[in-house]
Design a protein around this ligand. Sequence first.
Ligand code: SAM
Length: 236
Amino acid sequence: MPSYQFNVVGYIQSPYKQKFAIPRQPGLIAEATGYLVLEEDYSDEAILRGIDSFSHLWLLFVFHETADKGWSPMVRPPRLGGNARKGVFATRATFRPNPVGLSVVKLEGVERKNGKLMLKISGIDLLDGTPIIDIKPYLPYSDALPNAAGGFADAAPQTAMTVSFAEQASVFCAQQSQYPDLQVFIEKVLKQDPRPSYKKQREGEQSYGMTLYNYNIKWTVNGEHNHVTEIHQLPE
Ligand code: SAM
């Protein structure tokens, strides 16, 4: 069987520092903003000429965090509560024969900072450090198919989850001037109910924690309500 090798063209800088709580697809949380920092061999404005006329880009990336975990022909999509099995090629599962992911993201701009050429992007579903193997413009005339059938994932996932913030948590968010959307971002992450399916069936109050940017966020879940109890900055 032939095999091909690809070069990493850049890496993602993302607020998502762990897999837990990343949305299952891009575009679900517009406030999830990050950077695609191009590697030195591709750090040339010529390579991006014309890209700013596109609002969205396709990113092809490596599921680097799980790439060594193998794959199975059948997977249990979280969307189906983890109970039904589907063929891996009928899903967007991370455990695949080739650990390649595909996400459409919004292009916010092109920047050069500290000598590095980077694309500012939003609506991402990518872990910090994700290696990118290709970038292509999104072409609405060909890529947007309003009549396409969406199988078992026919519409964006909906939950009835609500979110409240303890005073310390909202004051903390308001003080982070570099991330003015921080509270809305956290709220949207929690509204999608990132808990694994088996924990959603549990009774009583449960406590959780996650890292976004360099913030540790703690919250409790009771029924369909999330309460953010405290947020702290992690040491550099
Ligand atoms: N939009 C992509 C696709 O369809 O190929 C990704 C879909 S996959 C279901 C989304 C999940 O991938 C996220 O919830 C996150 O947990 C995981 N993920 C994101 N970046 C990753 C990485 N670099 N390595 C492993 N898993 C990653």
